[in-house]
Write a protein that binds this ligand. Sequence first.
Ligand code: SF4
Ligand code: SF4
Length: 243
Amino acid sequence: MRQKVRKTMLIISFIIFPVTIWYFSPYLIIQAASEHIINGSFIVFIAMLVFSVFFGRVWCGYLCPAGGIQECMALCNDKSAKQQKRDRIKLVIWAVWITGVTVTFILGKNDVRVNPFYMTDHGISVSEISNYMIYYGVVFLLVIPCLIHGKRASCHYICWMAPFMMIGSGIGRKFKIPQLHIRANKDLCIGCKRCNKACPMGLDVKQMVEEEKNHKCSECIQCGACVDECPKKVLEYAFRWED
Ligand code: SF4
Ligand code: SF4
């Protein structure tokens, strides 16, 4: 039941993506920075970072429109993209991009202003037919890795939003701030690997259970698929860290 609700939430988020897309735009934040404007995507990215200190990457698992697109792509390619070295590509993209945003903001003109609805039409992102070209371009960009590498490949390799949440959840973990995470009781595990099959991020959940590392995995999106699939109740959601 929980997974049905989760997938429905993701698909709804994808359906309304034409309304919200500018609030996740890696380009508009730079354009706004050049005018010294703190725009919608600037605010959303900072909110993601703060949110993830307490809730990890639950945004990716339950609410992200890009996640919704990728859940739909499972209809075409149902295998899961695996965690591997190329996951670091997104961190390199992010570092270059954030440097660009920062430099642009420093060099920007005018007084600093806040405009959450920058470049939207009464808050709506795609309000003209011509803007659908950009919209479909972004959707295409997110879809192609999933078709080639499998489910959630874009989360692994190219997502510009994931690093905000990896940093935020890392801060929460380091300072033991109460944070939503997956806790495992390895003594109950029978090694059936049903959790591995269920994981949309293609993570080796069983291995993490053995090594007691589930709570440390920065690619875990806290979707709870492994929690719901495990026949022995090895895994559970937790909020407070064990001593
Ligand atoms: S490890 Fe579990 S909670 Fe994390 S992404 Fe995989 S299935 Fe979801
Ligand atoms: S589904 Fe549960 S019992 Fe099976 S390997 Fe995963 S954690 Fe262990």
